[in-house]
Design a protein around this ligand. Structure first.
Ligand code: FES
Length: 109
């Protein structure tokens, strides 16, 4: 058994959109980047604001509170070289019309 969990249907988030979901007690920010779904732990590593409510440009999300920027693909904090502030990325996959995310016990590829 894998750790992938249903998070939403593909058509629930249009390209350029994002939403926050509770998956097994973990808040997940899910982003549709040109049809590809990228997920991060939703709490901003700075002070906990919702990254799903941030401003998205390309694969970068800018937190709405203090404007820190994060790469949605790698989680990297982009404003300084401080890895301790990187966002946690989560693996996603699409199965049929379902978007699934792995929040724990994720299979290795
Ligand atoms: S809470 Fe996100 S930058 Fe401060």
């Amino acid at each position: 058994m894998t750790g992938f969990q249903f998070i939403c249907r593909v058509d629930e988030i249009l390209p350029g959109g994002s939403r926050m979901f509770n998956v097994e007690g973990q808040m997940v920010g899910l982003f549709n980047i040109d049809g590809q779904f990228l997920a991060v732990s939703n709490e901003c590593p700075h002070a906990g604001a919702s990254l799903a409510h941030g401003r998205v440009a390309g694969e970068t999300v800018t937190c709405r509170i203090h404007h820190w920027r994060f790469c949605l693909r790698s989680g990297r904090y982009l404003d300084e070289d401080k890895p301790e502030f990187n966002a946690k990325t989560l693996t996603t996959r699409v199965v049929g019309d379902e978007v699934q995310v792995c929040v724990r016990a994720c299979p290795t590829t």
